[in-house]
Design a protein around this ligand. Structure first.
Ligand SMILES: [Zn+2]
Length: 409
């Protein structure tokens, strides 16, 4: 209904523009991963754009961290875009998905993304305004560089041709999309000789930055780099690259198609429960794959569950045992020395999982940590907002550091 309304508004604007004899700006969301709410036009080149947001199964915790749209007929115009409707809730408390430290991205081709050089942030109205004068006729705008489901499926098709890559479909989402687990390791060497690390991304659809990191990790691990070859002999690499493909394909924020937060409820999802399976198949199938593997096939020595957040960057785990926490401590130390991870706080061991995948420690003694990666600029690091290339590079750094953390005594 909302999509229909948005289309009617767009068409109305097209019609009004045509009536004036101009070639009107067309704002579109008819493609993969796109999202935008109401469009208000304030003159020919000035728009007030409402972020659609998404709420949970109770209509609460509205989060407005995703917008991704295309504008046509924009060549030579001086556009002013005001993004609004960022307010919502986080864990039941009032929250705003935008602030003055963030910056949207734009692209001329939908592939290569650049952060806007400037943004006006109205802290009172909680509105962000950007200006642009495109030299091309089409421009895309998004919260962070998007990473669609189709890019992942394309990547899987390519890398799964390798002998040492095993792609498994472990189940289907609410809307019938496939959930993948990828295994990368040398099959000629017995798994019993190897350590095991597990990397997970995209439980939350808006957090596209984690998919770029995932792609970087996968590309390195399947490469002919001598280090990658050596690591495949010694480590079993497991990947759950996209836990909420429905949300990623349909431009949602953090809940599955039935409104369940994909990084909550891990403590409630019982693998014997059909209700849990029908409401949260994404959690159910991934939890089954991870826990059955750990219990019946091979111990997981370290698992990282990647997320994006606004300005913080950290690792947090429930692990409360010395041997299991050692790889996490080594990982945190080695990442802190590199370029890709600039922690805003120390490695934290906390008892409460909050129902996140960190609960796998309490339920199955899997040494897992939540990794938050900021989307804002880190002055200390690069002096610019993280780009897709930075994320791809960090993927290699992260997977190397994970392997090193479990291989060291
Ligand atoms: Zn998240």
């Amino acid at each position: 209904m909302k999509k229909l309304l948005s289309w009617l508004l767009t068409l109305a604007w097209l019609f009004l523009g045509a009536a004036r004899g101009a070639s009107p700006v067309l704002i579109r969301t008819d493609f993969e991963g796109a999202s935008l709410g109401k469009v208000e036009s304030i003159g020919d080149d000035c728009f007030r754009l409402h972020v659609e947001g998404q709420s949970n199964e109770f209509g609460r915790n509205r989060q407005a961290t995703w917008y991704f749209f295309r504008m046509d007929h924009v060549r030579g115009r001086k556009l002013t875009l005001t993004l609004t409707d960022f307010e919502g809730e986080y864990n039941g408390r009032p929250a705003c998905a935008m602030n003055g430290e963030l910056r949207p991205v734009y692209s001329l081709d939908g592939e290569r993304w650049t952060h806007f050089e400037a943004m006006e942030w109205d802290a009172q109205a909680k509105e962000a305004t950007v200006h642009l004068s495109p030299e091309s006729d089409t421009i895309f705008v998004a919260h962070v560089p998007p990473y669609p489901f189709s890019r992942l499926t394309g990547l899987i098709q390519t890398i799964a041709l390798e002998d040492f890559v095993f792609d498994e479909v472990i189940g289907k989402t609410c809307q019938g999309r496939e959930l993948h687990v990828l295994t990368v390791s040398n099959p000629a060497i017995a798994d019993s000789e190897k350590k095991c690390v597990w990397l997970q991304a995209r439980q939350h659809a808006w957090e596209a930055g984690t998919s770029w990191v995932m792609e970087g990790a996968l590309r390195f691990m399947v490469s002919q780099n001598p280090d990658a070859i050596r690591l495949r002999d010694r480590v079993l690499f497991k990947f759950t690259p996209m836990v909420d493909p429905d949300g990623c394909a349909s431009g949602k924020v953090r809940f599955n198609a039935l409104g369940y937060d994909v990084n909550r409820h891990w403590d409630e999802v019982d693998l014997r429960s059909k209700t849990a399976l029908s409401r949260m198949p994404e959690i159910w199938y991934v939890k089954k794959a991870v826990t059955q593997f750990h219990s019946a096939q091979h111990r997981i020595d370290l698992m990282i569950n990647m997320h994006n957040t606004e300005t913080a960057e950290y690792l947090e785990s429930c692990v409360d045992e010395e041997v299991a926490s050692a790889p996490l401590i080594r990982l945190f130390a080695s990442l802190s020395e590199g370029n890709g991870f600039v922690p805003s706080r120390r490695l934290a061991f906390v008892p409460a999982s909050g129902g996140t995948a960190n609960d796998l420690w309490w339920s199955h003694r899997i040494p897992v940590a939540l990794m938050e990666l900021r989307i804002s600029d880190s002055q200390k690091r690069r002096g610019h907002f993280p780009t897709s290339s930075d994320r791809l590079e960090f993927g290699e750094e992260l997977i190397r550091a994970m392997a090193k953390a479990v291989l060291e005594p």
